[in-house]
Design a protein around this ligand. Sequence first.
Ligand code: SF4
Length: 97
Amino acid sequence: MNGAEEKEKNAELRICRRCLTRELADSARFSDVSELVAAIPAEERAAEQITAGRLSVCKGCERLFEGMCLLCGCYVEYRAAKKNADCPGHFWTSTGL
Ligand code: SF4
């Protein structure tokens, strides 16, 4: 497939690479991830505004694919909810999160 054909195919597919699991049509996957998040002990859980800020960074990141970070393989909603977690690319800390 040449570059023009590949570009045309990608335009037809219109894949959204930036969805969090909660935004995917596959809601069963969100249930699994949200159960993992709910199981994080309170003392290990990040403040909600920190989690939201981290997820905002993830949503703008080229490494996000269907809720998963392609650098580490984690579901970002789980990673972002943990107090001592960091982005493997250090994109969260570069924004003060
Ligand atoms: S954890 Fe970091 S590298 Fe991974 S998707 Fe989020 S911002 Fe991107």
